[in-house]
Ligand binder design. Structure first.
Ligand code: BES
Ligand code: ZN
Ligand code: ZN
Length: 494
């Protein structure tokens, strides 16, 4: 699919369909009044009949509207005008694409309207269109090629920066889809070795530096927490390190480190998971995939701050060499950990990756991980759980999340919870008691972030969509990618 900009008046652009946003209530944009009178009152009729109420992401498709160059008009509901923002525009654009694709349309015009400056509208529309075009059906052999969008023209006003905004929106949307494609891969076709190969290929194409720490090197360094998880699998583990350096030497000492959990399959190990739903554990590498995808985008967007990604990748299997509950491992930081539950493996591999990121000079850390079922209990499928040891840094990330339309919710992480992480034999157990499981998991990671400003994103509930939304199919979401690209760009700008 290619995207381009158009500054012509939408009613006069020849294309298969014209898609416009419509709000709930009487307050509409001037464009809608114009389209209403051009079409002989069609929009008013649709509104009065309730077919186009403006309710968020409801659509109405009309054929042969009079007075328009396009043979189809799609009205996309966007909710109340006072609530309309870039996030709604992103979803409205995505809804338009998915609806028209399903109808066999190949090419259309989307009007990026709304109260925001034109570059913000264009970027949001482009992101929404590119992300909505993702399909999780890569292994279907009878794909219907007629359901395909080839081209979308985004109609906007001619303002400075709109072209750059279009490029940025496409880069961000494609990064999100890159993460989704990786997360969607089954674990037999994406082992740790395969993930390394994908990261190497991406680095080569993007001009990023890559270093891969293999098992021998990790043993030499003393990454006992990570290696303990890997030892039950025939697939060797790796720690992928991707480095981006800005074109101009940076003026500040800030170095952003992105750490992403990449368990290519999580059986639970000896503390094995129930069979029901276990197939989903192929996406236990979504955090790592997201970080690799962020780096891909940053290589193109070139923020003025150095950024490195650290992606520990393992397969958590109950093989004959697997670690047992009760085993004690020594993490890279020197801390000893009693492995109470081998299914709490994410925190073990992240612990060593976080320590390595600090030793490699990261001054600010963000990790993303499908870490706990408990975060799904706490926040459901809509919000990422956010934990931190540094509120000002976290506030910057939350601002980026808002601007990127990714919902994230702050969770507590005060020292009271540390009481729940006590082992009588080692420095730390890898799990606490049942309640507050997402918080104890974060508390475990905090012990390894030490004094470095750090934010932890638990994406277990948000990295996979269980039910399709109008603007997104079921399957991997690529959550976190847009926010972290935005954060890196803003850290470079300040
Ligand atoms: N990968 C899982 C967490 C997960 C759950 C991801 C649901 C996506 C959807 C993680 O490694 C895990 O198994 N966590 C355990 C921790 C427990 C043993 C303390 C959990 O959440 O049950
Ligand atoms: Zn697990
Ligand atoms: Zn896991």
């Amino acid at each position: 699919m290619t995207l381009n900009l158009t500054f012509d008046s939408p009613e006069s652009i020849p294309s298969e369909a014209l898609a416009v946003v419509i709000y709930e209530g009487d307050r509409q944009e001037a464009l809608l009044d114009r389209l209403d009178s051009l079409t002989g009152g069609l929009i008013g009729d649709l509104r009065r009949s309730g077919e186009a109420s403006g309710k968020a992401f409801e659509t109405a498709l009309v054929h042969r509207p009079q007075g328009l160059a396009a043979p189809r008009l799609l009205l996309v509901g966007a909710g109340k005008p006072e609530n309309f923002d870039a996030a709604n525009l992103r979803k409205a654009a995505g809804t338009a694409l998915r609806r028209l694709k399903e109808k066999g349309v190949h090419e259309f015009v989307f009007v990026a309207s709304g109260p925001l400056p034109a570059p913000a509208r264009v970027a949001a529309a482009a992101e929404g269109l590119v992300a909505a075009d993702f399909e999780p059906d890569s292994y279907k052999t009878d794909k219907k090629d007629d359901k395909r969008i080839d081209r979308v023209a985004i109609a906007a006003t001619r303002e400075a920066g709109v072209e750059a905004a279009l490029d940025r929106g496409v880069i961000v949307g494609e990064a999100q889809n890159f993460a989704r494609a990786l997360s969607n891969e089954p674990a037999n076709l994406l082992t740790p070795k395969d993930l390394v190969a994908r990261a190497e290929q991406m680095a080569r194409e993007s001009g990023l530096e890559i270093e891969v720490l293999d098992e021998a090197r990790m043993r030499e360094l003393g990454m006992g927490a990570l290696l303990g998880v890997a030892q039950g699998s025939a697939e060797p583990p790796a720690l992928i390190v991707l480095r981006y350096r800005p074109p101009e030497p940076p003026t500040s000492a800030v170095h952003l480190g992105l750490v992403g959990k990449a368990v290519t399959f999580d059986t639970g190990g000896i503390s094995i998971k129930p069979a029901d739903g276990m197939e989903k554990m192929k996406y236990d590498m979504a955090g790592g995939a997201g970080m690799i995808a962020v780096m891909r985008a940053l290589a193109k967007l070139k923020p003025a701050v150095p950024v490195s990604a650290f992606v520990p990748t393992v397969e958590n299997m109950p093989g004959s060499r697997a670690q047992r509950p009760g085993d004690i491992v020594t993490a890279l930081s020197g801390k000893t950990v009693e492995v109470i539950n081998t299914d709490a493996e994410g925190r073990l591999i992240l612990a060593d990756a976080i320590t390595w990121a600090r030793r490699q000079g990261a001054t600010h850390l963000v990790d993303a991980a499908t870490l706990t079922g408990a975060i799904v209990v706490a926040l459901g499928y809509y919000n990422v759980g956010v934990f931190t040891n540094d509120q000002p840094f976290c506030d910057r990330l939350l601002a980026s999340a808002r601007d990127s339309g990714e919902k994230m919710w702050p969770m507590p992480l005060d020292d009271d919870y540390k009481e729940q992480l006590k082992s009588i034999i080692a420095d730390l157990p890898n799990v606490g008691p049942r309640w507050g499981g997402a918080i104890t998991a974060a508390m475990f990671l905090k012990e390894f972030a030490e004094t470095t400003p750090w934010v932890h994103l638990d994406i277990a509930g948000t990295a996979w969509l269980e039910d399709a939304r109008p603007y997104m199919p079921k399957g991997p979401t690529g959550v976190g990618v847009r926010t972290l690209i935005d954060l890196a760009m803003k850290m470079g700008a300040s």
